[in-house]
Design a protein around this ligand. Structure first.
Ligand code: GLU
Length: 371
């Protein structure tokens, strides 16, 4: 890129930037980021901020802070509740326009109605010049309901906000071909045209000391974002120069190219944000091209119906050997599908579908490329 053509961006800031010493919030690194946001807004670019740091910001308020102490999950949630206030207050002080807090869980994002409601709120805030600041609602999440890291959350929000650019701040300059913390010869990759297994292998499983994400979750996030046609950058959030370079239209870190044929918003949500409530298992030699022909899919192809799902829920279609074929909205409940799939009369299902309609509609299927 040579000059900025962004219309709407999402920037993700991690705990290590908010509370570098885990002793409450510090504006040390946030000043440069806030200035970047102010300058973007002055150029007419809409900005959404995804900020981690509630646990790191709140931990110093708890008595149990002794060396080696590991807080229980309940105490961490309490730290998040207290730290979120401190974190929002710190951000708010840095801007002379209003900010707004949105706390979400994966339970909210994977429910289509709640997802649309979150989108609408983000758009209303942006239209009114208010900076939306999102974080995971750590206090109410259980393992089943959480995204777990704000890198993936930021990618889901970038898709929901229909952003053209996602900037993920890291503690290193971008993606290296090996871990730069241990290998001084590690080379920075400036451009990643396609995210494949080799790219994930480079990310390793390194995690930051503060916060939950590492390079791996950043690559997962980049994969989600580029699938929606979003230009994605991993940059060093600790140096102010990063943001000057970005504003000069240059790449200070690693740039991930957006997919040439991005998924529509609805299919992207189905693939990358929703969670399948159950699954339809088909024979290993099932080779019908589901795309465009998914309405021909009949109960005769189903060898097992797993899980408990209702009409309208998202399900996974997979082969018996585990290969994932597609995620789709089911027009039938698991109960009804089990009944027709198990019926002695082989034609029963097809006849039933002739009057009731297809199990999966062509408009509501997302093929998965991980097979
Ligand atoms: N939501 C967590 C927090 O605010 C951070 C998650 C992450 O670090 O990715 O502390």
């Amino acid at each position: 890129m040579s000059s900025i053509s962004w219309k709407r961006i999402v920037i993700k800031v991690g705990s290590a930037l908010i509370a570098p010493k885990q002793n409450g919030c510090s504006s040390h690194y946030l000043l440069g980021i806030a200035q970047f946001i102010v300058r973007c807004k002055a150029m007419g670019i809409e900005v959404v901020l995804v900020s981690s740091g509630s646990v790191a910001a709140g931990s110093h308020l708890f008595n149990e802070q002794e060396a080696g102490y590991k807080p229980s999950i309940a105490v961490k949630k309490a730290m998040a509740a207290a730290g979120q206030m401190e974190m929002m207050a710190t951000w708010d002080r840095l801007f002379d326009f209003p900010t707004a807090q949105i706390l979400v869980t994966h339970g909210d994002l994977r429910d289509r109605e709640r997802y649309v409601s979150i989108k609408d709120t983000i758009f209303s805030l942006l239209e009114n010049g208010i900076l939306p600041i999102l974080n995971e609602n750590d206090t109410v999440t259980t393992d089943k309901l959480k995204v777990g890291d704000n890198d993936n959350l930021a990618a889901m929000i970038a898709a929901a906000a229909d952003a053209d650019t996602l900037i993920i701040c890291s503690d290193v300059d971008g993606l290296y071909d090996s871990n730069p913390h241990v290998n001084p010869d590690a080379q920075l990759l400036s451009d990643v045209p396609q995210i494949n297994e080799a790219i994930f292998a480079m990310a390793g499983d390194a995690t930051s000391k503060v916060g939950t994400g590492g390079m791996n979750t950043k690559i997962q996030a980049a994969k989600k974002a580029v699938a929606h046609g979003i230009d994605t950058y991993i940059v060093n959030g600790f140096t102010a120069q990063t943001f000057n370079t970005l504003l000069a239209g240059k790449n200070p870190g690693t740039h991930f190219s957006p997919d040439k044929k991005p998924m529509t918003e609805h299919l992207h949500w189905m693939t990358h944000t929703s969670t399948a409530q159950g699954e339809l298992v088909v024979e290993n030699d099932f080779d019908t091209e589901l795309k465009g022909n998914s309405e021909d899919f009949t109960s005769n192809e189903i060898i097992a119906v797993n899980g408990d799902f209702a009409v309208g829920d998202i399900i996974l279609v997979r082969k018996n050997d585990g290969t994932r074929l597609a995620k789709a909205k089911s027009n039938y409940s698991s109960c009804l599908l089990s009944f027709i799939a198990d019926h002695d009369d082989q034609d029963f299902g097809s006849k039933y579908q002739e009057t009731t309609g297809p199990i999966i509609s062509d408009a509501n299927i997302a093929l998965l490329d991980d097979n």
